[in-house]
Design a protein around this ligand. Sequence first.
Ligand SMILES: [Zn+2]
Length: 171
Amino acid sequence: MSFHKKFHETFTSCPNCGKRLNHEKNSVSCETCKKVWYNNPAPATSIALIKDGKILLAKRKIEPHKGEWDILGGFIEAGESAEETVIREMKEETTLDVEVDEYLGSVWDIYEGRPTLPMLYLVKMKNKNQIPTPQDDVEELKWFTKSEIPKNLAFRNVEIILQKVQKYLKK
Ligand SMILES: [Zn+2]
């Protein structure tokens, strides 16, 4: 898995002085400016909402992995906590109001060649009667039991979060 290929292809010259950058494994640096830029993973959230033994998955409306099944969630914005991202993303993608139930850990992943770090959360609906409605970059929302989970999953973190919540799912 190449975590840094895209980074090194993108960052070729110094944004300050325009000089060619030196490339280390996970960073680039400018000899003139004495600055270093690291290819750190972008923090993100991945959200498992389970109701009556079924998990809510989203079919992606956009590239990458358009048409494949994804977990809900998204990138953390500056000034936001991971928990605030979870609540915002669920509202944006499904219209649902949720609260964070449990933190399930983090995993490395890759999004369009860039390293990411999704933090996995189990959430609860604030109002069990709310109906999820696809919004934003979501084509379709569907509830799945364990045996119904589709094969075409978009990202590594989706498989991992599904393993972590197996015990809550119906066969
Ligand atoms: Zn420079």
